[in-house]
Ligand binder design. Structure first.
Ligand code: SF4
Length: 663
């Protein structure tokens, strides 16, 4: 890191004279009552130092005592004040800056000779108050800080006038006021602005042009330091440093190589030195590396037509800056990135990325090496495309144009055609200039063109998203979904941005064959639980029934083993009958072994859907939510049931789960 300190940084002549004078006197006269009339300087660092030596600041003239040794600061005081201080104090040392004193003399002499006085400056500034206090009582005095006020003053002046300026007034404003007065009046204009301030500002502005950031060291209460800061921040990123700790909060851009340091008129040399030392320590390691790098770089040369590799260090709207290991940086303008394509460079490039480019000019007006990425792409882009194609790696392309049948893309200078049907979604004209990932499906080496597909990549991504999503599904959780389709064999439900199928048997505790279209509506909200996931078929099976387990328990509450129930056949299977237990609104199953069939008879030979039956409950499996029934021995059971009805009532609650009766 290069640190450059402005030559004019810090104390001006007048302030230095006052501070050094007071410090020297205080060191040599310890124990004496030494006071400065008014704030010697707007700098708490210096004020603290003075306090350590016993120097006090007195703002109120009434508080000055006989034994006090009073120092007048560089801003000066009015004539009256000076006389009063002299009367009250033991001794007075006047450290009014000679430039300010000169103004006192001008206004005194001219006002005594019949001139009215215009002071250009800030009427609250102590220096201005001191100047006004030197104007002869019988003359008019105006303090102005702009052309409008100047005009008002002119209207009130009848005779001759003399104009002076506060030493630290804004130089631009002063120039315009001075020009106005010189062209509109014949007043005597004295250019009393202090050149120390102008020179400091000029030098700092000049320095700012040649560094990456500027630091202004000083106290925020100091007006001239503030002015300096305001001026510089218009030119470069500028930081106000009151104490060295403030340096820690500065985040340097990785491309920053130099820091400029300046300071206001009230900043002591020690403060500047401390900041510079701290900066050197902070960037010491970096300095060494930078230095070595700079030495290395100074031996390197670049030539027009040469292919260079570099690291992107800045991406702007119209250009990209690249560190190519040379003493100057490489610059790639937008039109050298891609031919006939309007791209957003910020989408295309990332800071830190390495790219290849061809030197098209060794140095532009700014000293940068002008590069072309497009030309390097033409040289090596096709090779990379071929290698990606062979390795089945996706490529990032920029859409150049949209034709009737294909989207024309660019991959490092090679045209890649993606058929509209392979784009995977609607092609928009707003896609032009944007970057997309595609896979290369074919390459024509002779013509140096390629073909691609985005559809397959999108599909793959969709599959990956699906797998990721289903892996996060919780089988024990209830999800809220929306019915999106009603089919004969079940309903399709959208939940968690996924689609799942609820088979008819899982839509609820319904009678088999119930018309789902009468039971559900598209858009209806339903609660579902995951039943199963078939990753190969990418199918999710859901159940509404599982969210209604309490309902099943409620319905079978009054069923008991051995109970005779009325049923309706809802399905005839080769191995049994699915029945609807009508009074209790639940399914039941009669296994073939519990159906009295004749020799070689199967259920369908005897039963059909809709048949009414009486069956006996022989098993209630709560866990599997299943009621098993039998059509055998009904008469016998019926008799027992009738004879011992009162004693034989066994409810589900009386039985432990999963008790199986002998068949
Ligand atoms: S800024 Fe100029 S006039 Fe003011 S004290 Fe410093 S040298 Fe004197």
């Amino acid at each position: 890191m290069i640190i450059k300190v402005a030559q004019s940084a810090g104390f001006c002549f007048g302030v230095q004279r006052a501070v050094e004078g007071v410090l020297a006197w205080a060191k040599a006269n310890k124990g004496k009552s030494i006071k400065v009339y008014g704030m010697l300087i707007h700098n708490s660092y210096v004020i603290d130092k003075l306090k350590e030596l016993g120097v006090e600041v007195v703002e109120d003239i009434e508080k000055i005592c006989k034994e006090d040794i009073i120092f007048i600061r560089s801003h000066g005081v009015s004539k009256e004040e000076y006389v009063e201080i002299e009367k009250r104090a033991d001794k007075v040392y006047d450290f009014t800056c000679p430039y300010v004193k000169k103004i006192h003399e001008i206004v005194m002499e001219h006002s005594e000779n019949g001139y009215d006085i215009i002071v250009v400056g800030d009427m609250n500034h102590p220096e201005v108050k001191g100047i006004v206090g030197h104007v002869s009582n019988n003359r008019k005095c105006f303090v102005v800080d702009g052309i409008e006020k100047v005009k008002e003053a002119i209207n009130q002046i009848e005779g001759k006038a003399a104009i002076v300026c506060q030493t630290t007034f804004d130089s631009k404003k002063w120039t315009s006021i001075k020009d106005f007065l010189e062209s509109h009046t014949n007043y005597k204009v004295f250019d009393t602005i202090c050149k120390a301030t102008i020179n400091r500002q000029k030098e700092a502005a000049e320095l700012a042009q040649h560094v990456d950031i500027m630091l202004v060291v000083g106290d925020k209460k100091s007006s001239n330091t503030n002015k300096l800061y305001q001026l510089l921040k218009e030119i470069k990123p500028t930081f106000f440093i009151e104490k060295v700790e403030d340096l820690d909060s500065i985040k340097l851009d990785s491309s920053a190589k130099s820091i400029g340091v300046t300071a206001g008129a009230s900043t002591s040399p020690e403060q500047i030195e401390e900041v510079v030392k701290h900066l050197e320590e902070k960037f010491n390691e970096m300095n060494l590396k930078d230095f070595e790098r700079l030495i290395d770089r100074s031996f390197l040369t670049v030539q027009r037509g040469e292919v260079v590799k570099g690291r992107i260090i800045k991406v702007e709207e119209d250009y990209v800056l690249v560190d190519i290991g040379y003493k100057a940086e490489g610059i790639i303008y937008k039109d050298e990135v891609i031919k006939n394509g309007n791209v957003n460079l910020k989408d295309l490039f990332k800071i830190g990325e390495t790219i290849e480019a061809v030197v098209i000019k060794e140095s532009d007006e700014e000293g940068n090496v002008v590069l072309s990425k497009y030309r390097a792409d033409v040289l090596h882009g096709f090779e990379e495309l071929l290698s990606r194609y062979e390795n089945k790696e996706p490529v990032r392309v920029v859409v150049k144009s949209i034709k009737e049948k294909s989207v024309v893309c660019d991959f490092r200078g090679t045209n890649v055609y993606v058929p509209i049907s392979q784009w995977g979604e609607d092609v928009q004209t707003s896609d032009i200039g944007k970057i997309f990932e595609i896979e290369i499906t074919d390459v024509n080496k002779e013509k140096k063109i390629a073909f691609g597909s985005r559809k397959s990549l999108l599909k793959q991504k969709e599959e990956e998203r699906f797998i990721k999503q289903i892996e996060s599904l919780d089988f024990s959780r209830e999800y809220e979904g929306i019915v999106v389709e009603i089919k004969q064999k079940g309903i399709v439900v959208n939940f968690e941005n996924l689609c799942g199928f609820v088979p008819a048997s899982e839509v609820g505790y319904l009678k088999k064959g119930a018309d789902l279209k009468k039971l559900f509506e598209i858009g209806e909200k339903v609660k579902v639980k995951i039943l199963d996931i078939d990753k190969n078929k990418k199918q999710i099976y859901l159940s509404i029934k599982k969210t209604q387990d309490d309902e099943w328990a409620k319905r079978i509450k009054n069923l008991y083993l051995g109970m005779l129930v009325d049923c309706e056949v809802t399905k005839v299977l080769p191995f049994g009958l699915v029945v609807w237990i009508t009074e209790h609104d639940v399914d039941g199953f009669v296994h073939i072994s519990n159906i009295p069939l004749g020799y070689n008879q199967r259920p369908h030979n005897v039963y059909k859907v809709g048949d009414s039956l009486k069956a006996k409950v022989i098993e209630i499996d709560e866990e599997k939510r299943r009621v098993a029934l039998s059509l055998k021995d009904l008469h016998e059971e019926e008799n027992i049931d009738t004879e011992h009805n009162e004693d034989f009532v066994i409810t589900l609650a009386d039985f432990v789960k999963n008790i199986k009766l002998e068949q």
